[in-house]
Design a binder for this molecule. Structure first.
Ligand code: JCQ
Length: 304
């Protein structure tokens, strides 16, 4: 897989030289390049930002450096996709068009994906990580300041499948940290990158529940023991205990995940656990522990 990252702080991405992802790069499984957006400016001061039309706080990233940087990546010889190499260059008489399409447009599905980290994007999750891990070429555009001139994303859609992507509902100073997270989440799913693929299998049959707690030696640590069943050698009992812990901590920490469960996926013991926690299970849904009552219910009830 080829990954390109464009940023005004390329040093931020130095962490991608380390650990699993760094090893995958050394092994040639990931072809990862980081590019400095300022290298695509043409003025003395290497300017990448300007004031926003319509006024308001902060600065906006100028379109032209972005267009130059992104153009350099679609046309780049680093790509080994035959779709690019074999594309025909049209005959265009000199001066006929000012800014013209030089090449036959690529079928949309053959275009690289351009990921733009943004609090205004679709939310990144494991399903998207799996989807991206199947791609040949990913490009990440790290915005800073108040964001990138919107026309860059419109224009880029002619060359890329553009995906604004959010890590969650909070604001970062720029896209770099979000890219570190996404490259790690995607990179570890690329075949051969993770040393032990069994750890991927275990998490992939994750059933919409949080993981169970784990323990290692010593069995007594600062007066704290471990669940006795884990020392029993009874594998069926251990599996049951772990599943119960998954259900319990998911109900405690992520009631949204419990509400999203398909009741068909719950066995008798799961139902008993959820019941104890106050949940009601109908054939089609798992209902929350504490249904709203009194004022809150009254305020939300639209059809009395
Ligand atoms: C990503 N959740 C938050 C910051 C502007 C594209 O323009 C901008 C991008 C950023 C970085 O992304 C985030 C983010 N997921 O802040 C400002």
């Amino acid at each position: 897989m080829r990954i390109d990252v464009v940023s005004i702080f390329p040093e931020y991405l130095a962490a991608l030289d380390l650990s699993l992802i760094g090893k995958a790069r050394q092994d040639g499984l990931l072809q990862l390049q980081v590019h400095d957006l300022r290298d695509f400016t043409t003025d003395r001061h290497r300017t990448v930002d300007d004031t926003p039309y319509g006024g308001g706080a902060g600065m906006v990233m100028k379109p032209e450096p972005w267009a130059q940087a992104l153009e350099s990546l679609v046309a780049s010889p680093e790509s080994d996709t035959p779709a690019v190499a074999s594309r025909v260059v049209d005959q265009v008489s000199a001066g006929e068009r000012v800014e013209t399409q030089l090449e036959t447009p690529q079928p949309a599905a053959a275009r690289p994906i351009l990921i733009v980290p943004s609090p205004a994007g679709e939310v990144f999750n494991q399903a998207l990580a799996y989807e991206l891990a199947l791609e040949d070429h990913l490009v990440f555009a790290c915005g800073r300041y108040e964001g990138i001139d919107e026309r860059v994303l419109e224009w880029a859609a002619e060359h890329f499948r553009v995906r604004p992507v959010s890590l969650g509902d909070y604001v970062l100073n720029g896209g770099e940290v979000a890219v570190l997270a996404m490259v790690e989440a995607v990179g570890r799913l690329v075949p051969g990158v993770v040393g032990n693929p069994e750890s991927l299998v275990e998490e992939s049959h994750s059933d919409g529940l949080l993981e169970y707690p784990v323990y290692t030696k010593p069995s007594d640590w600062r007066g704290r023991g471990i669940p006795e069943v884990l020392l029993s050698g009874n594998h069926a009992k251990i599996a049951r205990h772990r599943r119960d812990e998954q259900v319990r901590r998911t109900a405690e920490r992520r009631p949204d995940l419990i509400a999203a469960l398909d009741p068909e996926m719950l066995d008798k013991a799961d139902r008993a656990t959820l019941s104890t926690l106050g949940y009601t299970i109908t054939p089609t849904q798992v209902q929350p522990a504490t249904p709203m009552s009194g004022v809150a219910a009254e305020a939300t009830r639209h059809t009395p």
